[in-house]
Design a binder for this molecule. Structure first.
Ligand SMILES: N[C@@H](CCC(=O)N[C@@H](CS)C(=O)NCC(=O)O)C(=O)O
Length: 202
């Protein structure tokens, strides 16, 4: 049995939960809550960075971060499933994952600014820097939305989680200017039941 240290609101955990479902590992993974703000939570021992997701596998070793976990799960499922083997498709998938994870990193830093700094200490330049990353990335994706494979690859999974996080924490403001991405996410949600099942709002 594998153990996934998780929080229901984490979009990086959501990537892993969707991959677990797509690869047929639902009954092999037990969810165990982690509190990354608690200094006594063992998550800081198994991952010195103190971040989730962390997947503890059969031999007790801890795997992080989400990209490494997705790679591990893909191999465990036989390989070439959510990470294409073909070099060109693999690069496309990893590239889309990097871009989507980048949207998430900038979004999370923005949330942490509000969570960990007093309002009078908020730094508008820092928030603008993060907002710029998100808006440029979304504009690039809107101009040419990615494909959606029958079995989504890591990039497509990550993009769905990034858009879902913008809905969850930023009131879905991205939707009005990105109709093609809205359509893409609707298709993803209709095709992949694990997306709704892992919604942070549920
Ligand atoms: N690159 C990491 C990012 C993970 C991450 O930022 N997780 C957040 C929760 S969504 C976290 O654990 N934050 C706590 C912290 O930064 O101390 C991944 O892909 O797993």
């Amino acid at each position: 049995m594998m153990i996934l240290r998780f929080s229901p609101s984490s979009p990086f955990v959501r990537k892993v939960r969707i991959a677990v479902s797509l690869l047929g590992f639902d009954s092999d993974v037990k969810l165990e809550r982690a509190d990354t703000t608690d200094p006594n939570d063992s998550v800081r021992i198994i991952n010195p960075l103190g971040k989730i997701p962390v997947l503890v596998v059969d031999d007790g070793s801890a795997i992080y971060d989400s990209r490494v976990i997705l790679d591990y799960l893909d191999e465990r499922a036989g390989g070439g499933k959510i990470i294409p083997r073909d070099a060109k498709r693999r690069l496309e998938a990893l590239h889309l994952q990097a871009l989507s994870d980048g949207i998430l990193d900038a979004s999370i830093l923005t949330i942490y600014e509000g969570r960990f700094r007093r309002p009078e200490a908020h730094e508008p330049k820092w928030l603008e820097l993060q907002a710029g990353k998100v808006s440029r990335a979304l504009a690039v994706l809107e101009a040419e939305p990615p494909a959606l494979d029958a079995l989504p690859h890591v990039g497509q999974i990550a993009l769905a989680c990034a858009l879902g996080y913008r809905d969850f924490r930023f009131g879905g403001a991205w939707r009005s200017d990105h109709p093609r991405l809205v359509g893409w996410l609707e298709r993803f949600a209709a095709q992949i039941p694990a997306f709704a099942a892992t919604s942070p709002a549920s």
